[in-house]
Ligand binder design. Structure first.
Ligand SMILES: NC(=O)c1ccc[n+]([C@@H]2O[C@H](COP(=O)([O-])OP(=O)(O)OC[C@H]3O[C@@H](n4cnc5c(N)ncnc54)[C@H](O)[C@@H]3O)[C@@H](O)[C@H]2O)c1
Length: 303
């Protein structure tokens, strides 16, 4: 099977590509190596994959219609894992237009090309952020029409458009909502890296609400990849799945674990929770979520 993995040089995309290659599939990795964080990190993420047969790197931007038309015509992907995006709720508050362009328009461009080229399946990476302030546990049937950030709103818009394309053209489509992912190659703007860096440099850690009552449902990257692959392989025509751990950890407890692991004391600077940040992410997944995701409960110190 030939898969297009967008955002394939990023944190999760590069792991997905490695897993697909390992099982003998072909991977077309599409990435524009943007500078949301150092592009050199993304180059390192794919250094090993570049040496493998069956792996093709296309440096390009999925907003670019002409370039994408050429990609689909040349490489003829059969299934698409659309992981490429501008990620992160807080930076999206500063750059809402960019988030809309990449996460909404870029997704529509790919959906339209996928149906033009008769692709067999489309998997869209979404986020637990779409649940906003909904009461936990967050189940897929909850209303998600009150997102708290442009990032979450653009992901919700992409989900809705993915459904529309499925409805109009019967393109098999699955949406997977990731819950705070951690693991090797993790994004440097994410909590584990930001906190440990600060601790090592003896700098204060900004903790909203002092870390009390703020929860994150950490999910190991291999489990997310297993969920994405299950979604790619599935014959479900359309559905939405949470990919989470179902065992949210209070941020203050997470800091205590970091203190144990690093043997360093965290200097806490307590601030009020920003409006764009959901206070909690507590998921409850369904059948597509691999059972072993649940086995990771309690392993949040494995950063
Ligand atoms: N990491 C998490 O905890 C988390 C949680 C929820 C959802 N997600 C979603 O998972 C997906 C992957 O996230 P990640 O953490 O690996 O982020 P990442 O930033 O490491 O990966 C995204 C990749 O997409 C690429 N990209 C961005 N815009 C592009 C464009 N226009 N054309 C081509 N490539 C482009 C970037 O260069 C980057 O390599 C995203 O859709 C994100 O919204 C991630």
């Amino acid at each position: 099977m030939r898969y297009l993995v967008t955002g394939g040089a990023g944190f999760i995309g590069s792991h997905l590509a490695d897993h697909l290659l390992a099982r003998g599939d072909e991977v077309i990795c599409l990435d524009n190596f943007n500078d949301y964080y150092a592009p050199a990190r993304k180059r390192r993420n794919i250094a090993a994959a570049l040496t493998k047969p069956g792996y093709t790197l296309v440096e390009g931007d999925f907003r670019d219609q002409e370039q994408m038309q050429q990609l689909f015509a040349t490489h003829r992907p059969q299934r698409i894992a659309h992981l490429g995006a501008m990620a992160g709720p807080r930076p999206s508050v500063q750059r809402p237009l960019l988030y809309e362009e990449v996460n909404v328009r870029g997704t529509v461009n790919l959906l339209d090309l996928a149906r033009q080229h008769g692709c067999e399946g489309f998997v869209l990476a979404s986020t637990s952020s779409v649940y906003g302030q909904a009461p936990t546990p967050w189940t897929e049937d909850l209303a998600t029409d009150r997102p708290l950030s442009p990032y979450a709103a653009t992901k919700k818009a992409a989900e809705v458009l993915a459904y529309t394309f499925h409805y109009l053209y019967q393109m098999p489509t699955r949406v997977v909502r990731f819950f705070t992912v951690y693991g090797p190659r993790g994004r440097p703007d994410m909590t584990p890296y930001v906190f440990v860096d600060a601790m090592m440099q003896r700098k204060p850690i900004t903790l909203f609400n002092g870390g009390e009552g703020v929860y994150r449902d950490w999910t190991y990257v291999d489990d997310i990849v297993a969920g994405v692959i299950a979604a790619l392989d599935s014959d479900i025509s359309f559905d939405i799945f949470n990919l989470g751990n179902s065992s949210p950890v209070q941020l203050r407890d997470f800091i205590s674990l970091l203190e144990q692991v690093t043997d360093l004391e965290a200097i806490i600077d307590s601030k009020p929770l920003p409006a764009a940040d959901p206070p909690g992410s507590g998921g409850s997944g369904r059948s597509l979520v691999p059972a072993r995701i649940y086995a990771w409960a309690g392993c949040t110190c494995a950063i």
